[in-house]
Ligand binder design. Structure first.
Ligand code: AMP
Ligand code: MG
Length: 501
């Protein structure tokens, strides 16, 4: 294969700005050659959005690039350095141990995106790991990140998944795969922690300037750029976590190295969606303490942001003139998280309840529904979806109240809700329609994801492809696919998810 034929496969120009940062930001890397690349999935809609020609991505040349067997001309593969707090404990060096940044592509609309291979072999940061990925986690990230995108939640995306034709050893031998990931960037809270741990203030300044230029250009114009940068990162995280809660998403491993400065959801590991609503829900097998439980996520985000703010203190000190002023500025910004999160959370809950005006009682109304759901093991997604039907009138409430162990508890709440709706424009049909646009019918339900991954491990991609099509249109009615919207039966329920790394 000539590099001339490879040249236009991706059809976009490279501009590898991260590779132009000083050498201590990364280590050169080389994707491992794999035995027998086989295409598992290409994200055609994403390819189109980026300005690539989807058909070109299904060719052997493209598959060779996604497998790591060919380096596209213009790509400069590197592994990024970062640190991180894992389950609260600081690890001064983590880094891309099983990921390689191929470089940055300029999309047709002029945006800059990272193109990264995940699972393409060892790097300088692999420690004892093999640098590989198994087919299950690769396809889980593909599915769930695509679902999140369709749900309107900022996220990294998967462009391709390729089986390697090799076996990786996890709890058992499993087929290996490589994921090609597209991200606004891969700068993490942990990237800042890495340089803070080295007391490398020059690198911190460079990294902050770089991140601002890439994600928060308005901060550079501000009177206090670093304080503004912190503020903007915090605002985006507050919104992001609120959106996670709205769709019932549990990330599972909110370590500081898994929090992106861009505000995208990143690093899908043992993530899952709520089935029955309960605020303490945890799926990740390694999260025995429930540190990253569903409703812990806002608190953990703030904890992570506090670690981020600490890394910025030397820069804030320059900006404010003293250490005390720097600490004061950081604390004030962090104090704003609770308000920012509460506002974003309530705004989304109002929409989920079909409320377009704001009333004092709305937060309590929403909380009381959630409380009734928790007490009655009501399915999170179905409850809100059926609430759109109930908005048409009490006679449409039957299927919804049946989701509650004690249907009377729903009915009691619904009476209050209907009273509140009297303060809204009298348009039940419009309200139901608006609610269907924020309360999804289809999410990647855990039992369907597990079934799709299990089939893929045995070379049957049909369940994966079918589920992918369904979750790409979460808000639409999809006749004939109603069973994808149903909660798991007790014997289907997934109780634990695994990192599988
Ligand atoms: P993550 O689970 O993605 O948050 O990864 C945490 C850290 O472990 C990162 O530094 C990864 O690069 C590293 N890591 C995870 N799995 C592997 C693997 N199979 N080989 C090498 N490093 C890994
Ligand atoms: Mg990670």
């Amino acid at each position: 294969m000539s590099s001339a034929s490879l040249h236009n496969v991706l059809g976009l120009a490279w501009d590898n700005s991260y590779a132009r940062l000083p050498q201590r930001f990364f280590a050169p890397a080389r994707p491992a050659i794999v035995a027998a690349p086989r295409l598992l999935a290409i994200n055609d809609p994403l390819a189109r959005e980026l300005g690539m020609e989807p058909a070109a991505l299904h060719t052997p040349d493209a598959i060779a690039i996604f497998a790591g067997n060919q380096i596209a001309p213009g790509s400069e593969p590197i592994a990024l350095a970062y640190a991180g707090h894992q389950f609260g404990h600081f690890v001064p060096q983590l880094g891309d141990g099983r990921a390689i940044l191929l470089g940055e592509l300029i999309t047709r609309s002029g945006a800059r995106v990272d193109l990264q291979l995940k699972g393409s072999g060892r790097t300088a940061f692999s420690r004892r790991g093999d640098g590989r990925a198994a087919i299950g986690p690769v396809l889980r990230e593909f599915l769930v990140s695509e679902a999140m995108h369709a749900l309107g939640v900022p996220t990294t995306r998967a462009l391709a998944a390729v089986a390697t034709g090799e076996t990786v050893l996890r709890e058992r031998p499993v087929p290996g795969a490589v994921l090609t990931r597209v991200a606004a960037s891969h700068i993490r809270v942990g990237t800042f922690e890495y340089f803070a741990a080295h007391q490398d203030v020059e690198a911190l300044q460079l990294l902050a300037s770089y991140a601002m230029a890439r994600h928060y250009p308005q901060a550079r114009e501000a009177e206090q750029p670093i304080r503004t940068f912190l503020e903007l990162v915090l605002q985006r995280q507050a919104r992001l976590i609120a959106q996670w809660l709205h769709v019932g998403f549990i990330h599972g491993v909110m370590n500081t190295d898994n929090m992106a400065i861009s505000g995208e959801t990143i690093d899908y590991g043992p993530c899952a969606f709520l089935d029955a609503y309960h605020p303490e829900t945890v799926f990740s097998f390694i999260d025995q303490q429930g540190r990253y439980a569903y409703l812990q996520q806002p608190e953990i985000a703030l904890w992570n942001l506090a670690r981020f703010a600490e890394t910025l203190l030397p820069l804030l000190e320059r900006e404010t003139g003293s250490q005390a002023a720097a600490v004061d500025a950081a604390s004030r910004v962090l104090e704003g998280f609770a308000t920012a999160f509460a506002a974003a959370h309530l705004e989304g809950l109002r929409a989920k309840l079909g409320l377009t005006t704001a009333q004092e009682e709305d937060a309590a109304l929403a909380q009381d529904l959630l409380q009734a759901m928790a007490a009655n093991q009501a399915d999170y997604t179905s409850t809100f979806r059926l609430l759109a039907e109930a908005a048409l009138g009490p006679q449409h409430e039957g299927a919804l109240s049946a989701l509650f162990r004690n249907p009377a508890e729903f009915s009691a709440w619904a009476t209050r809700w209907r009273t509140r709706l009297q303060q809204e424009p009298a348009d039940p049909t419009g309200r139901a329609q608006a609610m269907r646009c924020v309360n999804p019918a289809y999410i990647p339900r855990n039992h369907l994801v597990e079934a799709a991954l299990a089939a893929a491990e045995h070379d049957n991609m049909a369940p994966f492809e079918a589920l992918l099509q369904v979750i790409r249109h979460p808000f639409a009615e999809q006749p004939g696919r109603e069973h994808y919207a149903l909660p798991a039966r007790p014997e289907q329920r997934v109780r634990h998810t695994f990192c599988g790394t």
